[in-house]
Design a protein around this ligand. Structure first.
Ligand code: HEC
Length: 168
């Protein structure tokens, strides 16, 4: 009787372990193949016939060319009559404020005062010298207040300021 019980217990217990082992095996193998299945169904869901490269290409393109108006302004800055050189223009029309640095004008040769202005880029300086600029520090009149200057002359004066200050 006792022996029979023993056999029954053994069968039940080993059956149980076999069951667990089978379950574990099925679980693991199911999960092992899962990633492939997911990839597969994802691919077919997303692709609609497009390749991966087609799908990840940028939506739009950024045009880095200057708009035509700006290009025209730049062109007009670089043309124009140049009857006086930068130093002459500076002495005549800019020195009143920029030689000594009066009324908030950054002083010729003072690298500290010009540093943040140079950082804006020379093109911005041209435009501000041509059109004028004012801030809490003071007012810079358009073309230094001398309307008879050509754009090229003002530009040359700015170049002169930049060169003089940088090599100071
Ligand atoms: C009446 C005084 C005055 C005259 C004349 C003058 N400037 Fe200025 N300029 C200033 C002042 C003030 C500033 C600072 C303005 C500001 O920061 O808003 C300035 C700033 C500038 C700047 C820096 C602009 C920027 O974007 O930071 C440039 C470049 C410049 N002047 C060029 C010239 C040139 C070139 C001439 C001569 C053709 C000239 N200036 C004549 C007063 C003058």
């Amino acid at each position: 009787m006792a022996e029979k019980k023993y056999v029954v217990h053994t069968v039940v217990i080993s059956g149980f372990f076999l069951g667990v082992a089978l379950f574990a095996y099925l679980l693991v193998s199911h999960h092992m193949s899962m990633s492939n299945q997911v990839m597969h169904s994802r691919d077919s869901l997303l692709s609609n016939g497009l390749s991966v490269l087609d799908r990840i290409k940028p939506v739009g393109k950024l045009a880095m060319e200057l708009p035509t108006e700006v290009a025209v302004i730049n062109a007009s800055i670089s043309t124009g009559t140049l009857t006086r050189d930068g130093a002459q223009v500076f002495d005549q029309s800019c020195a009143a404020c920029h030689a000594s640095g009066i009324a908030g004008a950054p002083k010729l040769g003072d690298q500290v005062q010009w540093k943040t202005r140079f950082a804006k880029g020379t093109k911005v300086l041209y435009v501000n010298a041509l059109n004028g600029i004012s801030s809490s520090t003071g007012v810079m009149p358009a073309k230094g207040g001398n309307a008879s200057l050509s754009d090229a002359e003002v530009k040359a004066a700015v170049d002169y300021i930049v060169a003089k200050t940088k090599t100071n």
